[in-house]
Design a protein around this ligand. Structure first.
Ligand code: BES
Ligand code: MN
Ligand code: MN
Length: 461
């Protein structure tokens, strides 16, 4: 495996150029106007996997966007690693905040990325990280160093809830049979503080609608005499947190697993610079649930956040109106052992219950998923840890993350395998935001580290 450094040095420019080509495809799963681009991205992934050395690659159609499945089986007796990732990306808007267009990848350097970073939607989430696995495979196959079997499953609906993938997994237990799932769709603490994600939060996403009068009304003629759905919705949302920033939905915390003092102490040892955190976000103070640290608030504690709120008149100038309706999109991040269906129910019941007379409310559940925790004493984790230690020269810190990859819990339930989250991005990569980027150093470090995971995992199995 030690040839990997030389191999990367030799092929560096080509690796970067290939990733840039992939990033030019606007594979936005949320917007059907881009569906052709999704298919183009799927073809590009298929081609990449074939050229890297998979023996068999297919585009599996689903009722939604296709899943690319690839494999190289060298010996059925050896362990099998299943690599999961996604080729769809988030919508890039607001476009005007991008320094260079989201689908015209551009390399720029900055303080954190003296070697340069590729700026493009999907650079870090998740095309750049998927492509590290493709290039790591290319290296192992071309040098005859692949120590075990490998399967790839790259989907196109992660950013919209992985609905087709969940059917695919349920219907293809045998095809997807594996010993460990390897995923690069998260981040690490810093380039000099490698970390492995040991937990993901679950999610319940709902949309609410509050209806007052049957039409928009003159706010002078009717104002004060009928319920204004926006005023009411604002009040209802405000009531969902108490003065300590605890969520007030009855039963919301019933199944939350509290960490022991030892676990919290261990967690607090992970390097964290509060001043740098605040500076990076231009905020004077952090904010959140009483008695928990920032790192706890954004990883081991559940949350409730409004993602969008609208209604009434928002055009230019003033229009005196009491709107008939108000809307909001609300996400709840969940932790073990909260069940997302149950939380969605609790939310819906509570929301209907706190509505005052004079309005009607509707709650439309969207997608969701369960949280996930990786045990650090598993061989999968140990192999990953040794791989980072080899290439970073430091033992990685285990760290629970606040984001969600809902399909990971389903993998465990359906396929019986654990997932190892070897992410090489940084929180500052601006995933889902304007100016998303991925450090070239991170991209290449991922390619360097992944083959060692295969080696150590196979040796330890
Ligand atoms: N890759 C992210 C999740 C992530 C990023 C986890 C960084 C941990 C660290 C993934 O693509 C994502 O955006 N997930 C969504 C949920 C999904 C159901 C849309 C999320 O977390 O909001
Ligand atoms: Mn992702
Ligand atoms: Mn994402």
């Amino acid at each position: 495996m030690d040839d990997i450094k030389a191999y990367i040095a030799e092929h560096r420019e080509r690796f970067i150029q290939e990733l840039i080509e992939l990033l030019k495809i606007p594979s936005i799963s949320a917007d059907s106007a881009f569906s052709q681009d999704i298919y183009n991205a799927a073809e590009a992934i298929k081609k990449g996997l074939s050229e890297a050395g998979c023996d068999h690659v297919e585009i599996c159609e689903t009722k939604g966007y296709p899943i690319i499945y690839g494999e190289k089986i060298i010996d059925p007796e050896l362990p099998t690693v299943l690599v999961y990732g996604h080729y769809d990306v988030q919508p890039p808007d607001p476009l005007e905040l991008w320094e260079t267009p989201p689908f015209e990848p551009t390399i720029r350097t900055n303080e954190l990325h003296p070697q340069g970073a590729i700026f493009a939607r999907g650079a870090s989430d998740d095309k750049g990280q998927v492509y590290m696995h493709v290039k790591a495979l290319e290296f192992m196959v071309s040098k005859n160093l692949l120590p075990c079997n490998v399967k790839f499953m790259i989907e196109g609906e992660e950013e919209v809830g992985s609905e087709s993938l969940s059917d695919f997994v349920q219907e293809n237990h045998e095809k997807l049979a594996n010993d460990i799932i390897l995923i690069s769709d998260t981040g690490m603490i810093a380039n000099d503080i490698p970390s492995i994600t040991t937990g993901l939060r679950g999610l319940s996403y709902v949309e609410v609608e509050v209806t007052g009068p049957n039409r928009d009304l003159h706010s002078g003629l009717y104002g004060g005499a009928v319920a204004n759905p926006i005023n009411i919705l604002a009040k209802m949302i405000a009531s969902l947190h108490d003065e300590n920033n605890h969520i007030t939905i009855p039963g919301f915390y019933d199944k939350v697993v509290e960490l022991t003092d030892e676990e919290r102490t261990a967690m607090a040892k992970a390097p964290f610079d509060l001043e740098a955190y605040k500076n990076a976000l231009d905020i004077e103070s952090v904010y959140g649930e009483e008695t928990y640290s920032t790192n706890e608030r954004n990883s081991i504690r559940p949350t409730l956040d409004v993602n969008g709120i609208w209604g009434g008149y928002t055009g230019e100038g003033a229009k005196t109106v009491i709107p008939s309706k108000a809307f909001a999109k609300i996400s709840m991040r969940l932790v073990p052992d909260q069940d997302w269906h149950e939380i969605t129910d609790l939310f819906s019941k509570h929301f209907a219950q706190i509505a005052p007379p004079g309005v009607r409310v509707k709650v439309n559940p969207h997608h969701g998923g369960e949280s996930y925790v990786t045990p650090i004493d598993s061989i999968g984790y140990q192999a990953a840890s040794k791989a980072y230690e080899t290439t970073f020269g430091k033992v990685p810190v285990p760290k629970r993350n606040g984001g969600s990859i809902p399909i990971v819990a389903l993998f465990e339930k359906e396929l019986g395998s654990k997932s190892i989250l070897m992410g090489f991005g940084l929180d500052s990569n601006a995933i889902h935001s304007p100016n998303e980027h991925f450090g070239i150093w991170n991209f290449l470090k991922g390619i360097e580290t992944i083959p060692y995971f295969y080696k150590f995992y196979t040796e330890m199995s």
